[in-house]
Structures are given as C-alpha cells and as structure tokens.
Design a protein around this ligand. Structure first.
Ligand code: URP
Ligand code: ZN
Ligand code: ZN
Length: 451
C-alpha cells in the first residue's frame, strides 16, 4: 500500500482556498485536514508556500487523428506524456468513425490506440454518419459508460457533416438517455458562400482561411443548436467556441454548455500575418482581439464552462510555408501549455483561481459525468493533484517542453508549469519534469443510477 502525505499546501477549491494536509493512499485521497499526523511509511511532500490544484481534465484532444496526408503529430503516448508535464492528468479524446464501422467498433478501435496513454483517457464518440443502425447504438453506449457524442455542422466535403434535422434526431435520443451532445458549430452554407472567392486558388494566404470561415458561421450554427436544445431538452456542448457573437447567442439557451480554447483567448487573427502564419491555421480560425476580449469577459460572467486545448498538433514540415490555405492541415498543439498559460493569465489578470479550477477540471467532470472519480480535491476521488510554486519563473518554459513537436504557438507568453504532478497517487512529474510516468486508464462516465 503506498501513502503520500502532502503538508501545508494551499488547496485551491472552487469556493475556497485553505492551507491543508492531504493524505493519499494508493490511487485515492483518503484524508484532507488542517493537520494530519504522518502515518508510518508515508512519503512526505512539503508544499509550504505552494498551491495545490486538482489534475486538469482537457475535454478536447485529437491524438494521432487521420487527416488527408497522414496523422496529427502526437500519438497517445507522446501527447499524454506532454499533457502530464503541463498538469493534464485526464484527456477526453474522440473516436473516428471509418466507413462501414459501427460506433462500437470505432470506439473500441480508439480505446485500443489509447492503451499506450500515460494519463487517464475518456473517449467521446464521433457520429459522422446518420443511419438507423448508428442511432440504435447510442443508448447502448451510454449504458456502457460512454455518454458523450460529437457531431459536425460542417465538413460536408469530408462526409462528416450532419444536417440540423439529423442533429435534432440525435439530440432527442441523447436527451432521453441523459447523454451529452457535442457539436463542432460552424454553419456549412455560410462557409461554402464565404469560400467561393478563393475557389480558383489564385489567392492562398493563411489569413484567407479566416475569411473563408467567418464569425457568422458560428452564430448561425449556434442559433440552430440553441433551438434544438430547447426543443429536445438535450444538453448541447459547443466545442471550441471562438466569437463574441457566438458566445452572446449561446448565453440565451440554458441547455447549451460552452467550451473555448487557449488559442481563442491568447492569440488572434494577427498571427496569420506572421512569417509562420500557416502554423496557426486551425478550424475554427483565430479571431479578432475583440472576440478574445469578449471570451475573457464570458469567462468572468460564467458563460464559458470549460477550456479545452483542441490539441491537434503539426510540425513545421507538416505545414510548409506558401501552401494554399485550403491544403494546410488544420489544428494546433496545446495540451501541454493549456493550464500553465491559463494560470499565468489568471494571476496577471487577478482572476479567481477557484474559477480556473471550475474551467479546467470541475465543470468538465460534471458535464461528462466523471465527478465520481475526478474534478476536485475531495475525499474518495482520484489523487490527481498539481503542486505549483507561484514563485517559479513564467518565461523560458519553451526550453523544457516534453513534446516531439518542433513548434509552439504560445512562445513568448507567460506560463507557470506545475512543479509536481500526481496521477492517481503516483508522482509522475517531479521538479517540473516527467520522470516516473505510469499507465493511464480508460474512463467511463457515471450512470444516472449511480447518482
Ligand atoms: O483544426 C482543428 N481544430 N482540427 C481538429 C478537429 C476539430 O475540428 O476540432
Ligand atoms: Zn472541431
Ligand atoms: Zn477538435
């Protein structure tokens, strides 16, 4: 039986922050008190002057997903190793539905790939075909502990899109079984219209990627999805929300949940003007500084529920300069810097660290029904903990990244990395480096009968 006693750390909860001792036994937190006597054989970690956060849940990653010309550049092994370095102890990734596959087959294929992960992994189930045989699988998968399903309102050319009417049918089924519908929310007709001027490829600058997927695409999609959520009573989770208009619209609908990403908070469409502008091509595109300001306000007003990285990285060679924007692989890396950059921003902006906990662990755990395992520092939950030294430097971090990638979008921004990361009771990061990684687990959501 392994025991770790963390002494005198400032425990950052959603509603309060208190100096406490935390006792870990095997995988679980077994005691939290103002003073705990060191048990025999316990390893002691002195956390005086340090902050303790719950392990981060990144609700949106794409490890090694197939694209036209290969795969996104992180495997589950490399991506989860870098996740741990940045304090992410759980990722929620997505299955990929190949032609002829059932949802169950696609899910099991993804679970197999995720077997090499070094942090815990949940899988959202992608629904990119609308067929009766697919729809009947939804209740069965929810019953088995896979309660979140993702659909797309665009990518018709890649045969991934569902129409709004089809999405409403899916939402109705998911609502009946208390699942969550996640939606990539960019209206396909708006994108088709806005892309027309660039169809002859005479112009191909990365900034045109943004113009071909305008903010209006998000507004139109969210307006439809809001109405669908009201009619079906389905909890709809808008992934990677990125515009002021989309946020304001989403706030009108109580059944919508909103995720944004660090790239929409910390970067802007000005990045497309850089020499390496092609590296910032992702979908949805980066937006204006005023959109990012609105997202920060939304965070403070409780209109944003989670922050996910949408980790889908590519190396420099994967995105050569002067490639027409239509051919640039979409996506950026972000799992490793997700929490460290946000923490530095919260400190700089004087924002409540309890809110940061809600956005980076607590809310994702409750939305995706993982709060019987994770999401806060509580008795009986997994001992997924970060110890942060607030005195550590917030610059120069790019030299110590734990990644195979040769490019990072956030270089130059402040980031405060955890000194120690504990994953289900195992110290996996020590002195800021991944030293003792241990295998991750596949997670299942809590059924409604467990509540
Ligand atoms: O450009 C991105 N974000 N690629 C990943 C897939 C998606 O749409 O989230
Ligand atoms: Zn997406
Ligand atoms: Zn994504």
């Amino acid at each position: 039986m392994s025991k770790i006693l963390i002494k005198n750390g400032l425990v950052i909860g959603v509603d309060r922050q208190e100096i406490q001792d935390i006792l870990i036994q095997d995988e679980l937190i077994v005691n939290i008190s103002a003073y705990i006597d060191p048990p025999d054989n316990a390893a002691i970690i002195d956390a005086s002057g340090k902050w303790i956060f719950p392990g981060v849940i990144d609700p949106h990653t794409h490890m090694g997903i197939p694209i036209k010309s290969g795969h996104s550049a992180d495997t589950f092994a490399s991506g989860t190793r870098s996740a741990l370095h940045g304090g992410v102890t759980t990722i929620l990734d997505f299955s990929v539905l190949e032609s002829g596959q059932s949802l169950d087959e696609s899910l099991n294929q993804r679970i197999k790939l995720a077997g090499e992960s070094l942090c815990d992994v949940g899988i959202h189930v992608n629904i990119t075909r609308f067929e009766p045989e697919i729809l009947v699988e939804i209740p069965k998968l929810i019953e088995q502990g896979f309660n979140s399903f993702k659909v797309f309102t665009t990518y018709a050319e890649a045969n991934m899109m569902l129409t709004y009417a089809q999405i409403e049918t899916v939402a109705g089924i998911i609502a009946q079984h208390d699942g969550v519908l996640m939606v990539h929310s960019e209206d396909n007709d708006v994108i088709t219209r806005a892309s027309e001027p660039y169809a002859d490829r005479s112009e191909s600058h990365p900034r045109l990627h943004g113009l071909s997927r305008p903010a209006e695409a998000e507004l139109v999609a969210i307006s439809h999805l809001g109405e669908i959520s009201s009619r079906t009573n389905c909890s709809i989770y808008i992934v990677h929300l990125n515009t002021a208009a989309g946020l304001a619209k989403a706030a009108e609908y109580p059944m919508l949940r909103v995720e944004t990403c660090p790239h929409y908070l910390l970067l802007s469409d000005k990045m497309y003007e850089r020499e390496d502008g092609q590296m910032f091509v992702s979908s949805p595109p980066l937006r204006t500084e005023s959109d990012s300001k609105a997202l920060w306000q939304g965070i403070q007003h409780g209109q944003v529920h989670t922050i996910g990285s949408d980790h889908c990285p590519f190396c420099l060679a994967d995105k050569p300069q002067n490639t027409p924007f239509q051919d640039i692989p979409n996506g950026m890396g972000g799992v490793e810097t997700l929490f460290p950059t946000l923490l530095a921003q919260f400190i700089e902006r004087g924002l409540d660290l309890g809110l940061l906990v809600r956005l980076t662990s607590g809310n994702a755990a409750s939305i995706f029904r993982l709060d019987h395992l994770k999401g806060s520092i509580k008795l009986g939950l997994h001992a997924d903990l970060l110890i942060v030294d607030p005195e550590l430097p917030v610059q120069g971090w790019e030299k110590s990244l734990d990644t195979n990638l040769d490019w990072n979008a956030y270089v130059g921004l402040p980031a405060l990395f955890p000194e120690t990361v504990i994953q289900r009771g195992v110290v996996v990061v020590s002195e800021g480096r991944v030293k003792y990684p241990s295998p991750g687990k596949i997670l299942k959501s809590k059924s409604t009968s467990q509540e």
